[in-house]
Design a protein around this ligand. Structure first.
Ligand SMILES: Cc1cc2nc3c(=O)[nH]c(=O)nc-3n(C[C@H](O)[C@H](O)[C@H](O)COP(=O)(O)OP(=O)(O)OC[C@H]3O[C@@H](n4cnc5c(N)ncnc54)[C@H](O)[C@@H]3O)c2cc1C
Length: 415
């Protein structure tokens, strides 16, 4: 049965949901408070990385966060706050940081990432979309023996889970990346990982959706719902009450505000990250994660992007220059011939990741309000999981058997 659907949030999760919803015969309206040109879905590192199978909530992360709390240029910052939602989130997050949780989460992370890689290729082929999408693998570059030990463990876990990954030494790095000088003692190579240029995919997808009759309302904040029993009857925007059959909450780290309005509690925090683009030729051919400073380097279409940092804090638009400098300086220390000048640093952009309480996304229905589907909380890998999430959203709305086991993503799971 065809339904009339509103999607709140036009980031990559909202757009991918729209794609599959129209494919399944529904009528779709997207409402977004921004101009749909910035934010996490545009400035991210563009990795589609099933190799990242460990959730953010893993042993040692809280201790690391506390150690880094007083270092203004560290890759992870957790802002201490007197706020009940933050307390609940940090309590649940801390509880999730166990080895058992890591092992139990792997299928949930892996299945959605692999599904999404396949679907992205399918979307590209079926529609003859032109956007940059490369399958060259991903390097993990280390400077210390300690990090190498960590990588050894991560590679073992990846191989055990059927992924193509291996440890590599300095000479092998040179072979894989012959035209660039790299200061690293070795690392790992995840052949299973892919990369893309986010802005290109976002553009072709928006254009496609518009051509298929999807209505997109920009600069339109949704913050007022009219309820009727256990259902949302309508939302106010464009000066009037708009009624839909179903509502998809894909508002990134703002999704818990929407949920609060209708009495649903969702443990979610915002994790800010930064990126900057170097348009001069860097000769970097392979994407890489710089293991110690946790920075991402991505050769995109026409430029190289450097990104990093997770600031778990209340939502704000501040750009902390010392963190931008830390990303740029780290990149230059791994790639000694690289220059990232003041002009590039001053143009750094930020995006807000939606950080769930256990490192797994929230995708699914609520028992409190029957006509919504929640799709958020993708942590560091929302780009990687976007097409699969869109497909699952449409499976829920269309009442079809889900493409993969969705029990991992239940928004009402207990922590
Ligand atoms: C620096 C950085 C690097 C990253 N690198 C990677 C990577 O390499 N690979 C990967 O998989 N992931 C990566 N990510 C994460 C990825 O970018 C996000 O997980 C993904 O973009 C989330 O998409 P989204 O659609 O859920 O959220 P968003 O892109 O944040 O979109 C949410 C939208 O909702 C709108 N909205 C919010 N509230 C309302 C409201 N009340 N009314 C109307 N509109 C509303 C917002 O304006 C926004 O446009 C990175 C993130 C950052 C910051």
């Amino acid at each position: 049965m065809s339904k009339n659907i509103a999607i709140i949030g036009g980031g990559v999760i909202g757009l991918c949901s729209a794609y599959y919803l129209i494919k399944d015969g529904h009528k779709v309206t997207i409402v977004d408070k921004s101009s749909l040109e910035s934010g996490a879905s545009y400035i991210n590192a563009g990795y589609l990385c099933p190799g990242h199978i460990t959730p953010l909530a893993a042993p040692g992360i809280i201790r690391q966060g506390i150690r880094w709390m007083f270092n203004s240029s560290s890759p992870l910052y957790i802002e201490p706050r007197i706020n009940i939602e933050f307390f609940k989130w940090i309590y649940a997050f801390n509880k999730s940081c166990t080895n058992r949780h890591v092992i139990n989460s792997i299928p949930g992370i892996l299945n959605l990432s692999l599904l999404s890689q396949d679907l992205l290729q399918q979307i590209k082929d079926e529609n003859n979309f032109k956007f940059h999408y490369k399958k060259k693998g991903l390097l993990m570059l280390c400077k210390t023996e300690n990090s190498m030990l960590h990588e050894e463990h991560a590679v073992k876990l990846a191989i055990e889970n059927g992924l193509e990954a291996k440890l590599i030494n300095k000479a092998e790095i040179k072979k894989l990346e012959p035209n660039v000088e790299i200061d690293s003692i070795g690392g790992a190579y995840y052949k299973c990982d892919h990369h893309s240029t986010p802005g290109e995919f976002m553009s072709v997808l928006k254009e496609f959706l518009l051509s298929k009759g999807v209505r997109i309302f920009k600069h339109t904040l949704v913050d007022n719902f009219v309820l009727e029993g256990k259902k949302i009857k309508g939302i106010f925007f464009d000066g009037k009450l708009m009624k839909f059959d179903e509502y998809v909450f894909a508002a990134g780290p703002w999704t818990n505000y929407l949920c609060n309005k209708i009495g649903i509690k969702l443990l979610l925090q915002s994790g800010k990250g930064y990126s900057m683009d170097v348009h001069e030729e860097t000769k970097i051919n392979l994407p890489a994660i710089l293991v110690e400073p946790k920075c991402a380097v991505t050769p995109m279409n026409g430029f190289t992007r450097f990104s990093g940092t997770i600031e778990i804090a209340s939502i704000n638009n501040n750009i902390r220059r010392n963190r931008v400098d830390a990303i740029a300086n780290s990149a230059c220390s791994y790639y000694p011939n690289l220059k990232i000048d003041e002009d590039i640093r001053s143009k750094a952009a930020f995006g807000l990741r939606a950080i769930s309480a256990d490192g797994l996304p929230y995708i699914g229905r609520s028992s409190k309000i029957s006509n919504i589907v929640i799709a958020t909380g993708h942590n560091m890998t929302g780009w990687s999981m976007s097409t699969g999430t869109g497909k699952l959203v449409s499976d829920f709305v269309s009442e079809k058997p889900p493409s993969i086991d969705t029990s991992f993503y239940n928004p009402e799971r207990k922590f």
